[in-house]
Design a protein around this ligand. Structure first.
Ligand SMILES: Cc1ncc(COP(=O)(O)O)c(C=O)c1O
Length: 380
């Protein structure tokens, strides 16, 4: 048996191990922030933003960013219905209500028209989540934000390596957030990043990130406000430094896998992560959405994957069907409801080789062939 194919796992080399060991052995006392500062600098340089604050998670980065924008009880924050709960949860921590809108059928990301239709007097932000590395239509969203005076935020947790007209995902909105969870393209085990080029917002979030102590404090242990504690450790940042020194290779490895799947699955009744002109897809998670009209059974495919020792992953559930304290925007979310049943994420760890990709595609091909045969029998 050739062994199990995991859906993701990090790419860790002697470089990351060496930095982590150095941080564990020496990164204390006056050196306790050394790798954190270096990680933030490398990330700023990679992204092209003026500021970056390393955090313990993307969830924490989003929580602080929304607080920095002044989101509070009774406010509303608009985002797509198809998302991991972590994109919606921070608004609820602040007493705000997520307003869920439909997605576009080709990118599976927020539909800008639906987002604009959902704007009301309490709307404080639109969160553009770049799902699986696919990009939201940032031109349309930023235009809405400018016209309506509403900040557009980017949750770029899944979009390291994605670019919109030459600018990196996460660097276009009022602020951006990233995740370095062990499944992500760049990992620190757990971890996140808050980025912005807005000096005033950065100052507010920096103060919030330090239990409310401003960088300019003159008295020790003097909080000006109640803040948060979502800091990254020096050891995690050391791993992150090793990863960022290899970031272009890590992105290229993920993109190679998406291209290989796309070539191998051409001709089958599926769509994969799009890459419209003027964009680069960071290819965090190659995903197939099976065409309407094919009698596809997602759970049966996942069972077939499991039997072949291949990890498969369900597409995110629409948040409107979960117990999230949210409301649905005008027009409902019919596209989101239809897509998630017809989609699965495919394995894509950096070192997945062609033989592994073939194994995954063989199961998918067999499954779709059986679906086609079943559909024909039913039609006859
Ligand atoms: C789009 C998106 N946003 C937010 C998060 C939360 O990231 P973290 O686990 O670092 O808090 C994730 C992680 O899975 C994610 O995929």
């Amino acid at each position: 048996m050739p062994g199990r194919i995991h859906y993701t796992k990090p790419s860790i080399t002697d470089r990351e191990i060496g930095y982590a060991a150095d941080a564990a052995a020496h990164g204390w006392g006056e050196r306790c922030y050394e790798y954190i500062g270096r990680f933030e600098r490398l990330f700023r340089e990679h992204l092209g933003t003026r500021h970056a604050i390393a955090t313990s998670s993307c969830t924490g980065a989003m929580h602080m960013g929304l607080a920095g924008l002044g989101v509070g009880p009774g406010d509303e924050v608009i985002l797509a219905d198809i998302n991991w709960i972590a994109s919606a949860a921070p608004a609820t921590y602040l007493g705000a209500t997520p307003v869920l809108v439909d997605v576009l059928p080709d990118t599976w990301c927020i539909d800008p028209e639906r987002a604009e239709a959902a704007i009301g007097p309490r709307t404080k932000a639109i969160i553009a989540v770049h799902l699986y590395g696919n990009l939201c239509d940032m031109d349309a969203l930023l235009d809405i934000g400018r016209r309506r005076g509403i900040p557009v935020i980017e949750d770029a947790a899944e979009a390291i390596g994605s670019q919109w007209r030459g600018r990196r995902a996460g660097s276009l909105g009022a602020f951006g957030t990233f995740s370095f969870h062990g499944t992500k393209t760049v990992t620190t085990g757990e971890g996140g990043m808050f980025v912005t080029s807005d000096d005033a917002l950065h100052e507010r979030v920096l103060t919030l990130s330090n239990h409310g102590r401003s960088a300019a404090q003159t008295r020790q242990f003097w909080p000006d406000t109640v803040g948060f504690k979502y800091k990254m450790s020096n050891v995690e940042a050391a791993i992150g430094c090793g990863q960022l020194e290899r970031v272009e290779d890590l992105i290229a490895a993920k993109r190679r896998i998406l291209v290989a799947y796309r070539e191998r699955l051409a001709g089958l009744p599926v769509r994969m992560n799009p890459e419209p002109a003027g964009t680069v897809n960071g290819a965090w998670m190659p995903t197939v959405v099976v065409d309407e009209g094919v009698g596809f059974d997602r759970d049966r495919l996942l069972a077939d994957f499991k039997a072949a020792e291949i990890d498969g992953r369900v597409f995110f559930w629409p948040l409107s069907g979960l117990s999230v304290p949210a409301r649905v925007g005008p027009g409902g979310t019919p596209v989101a409801a239809a897509i998630h049943r017809r989609a699965v994420n495919l394995p894509s760890y950096h070192d997945l080789d062609d033989a592994g990709i073939d194994r995954v595609c063989d199961v998918l091909e067999r499954h779709l062939g059986a679906c086609r045969d079943r559909s024909r029998t039913i039609a006859a």
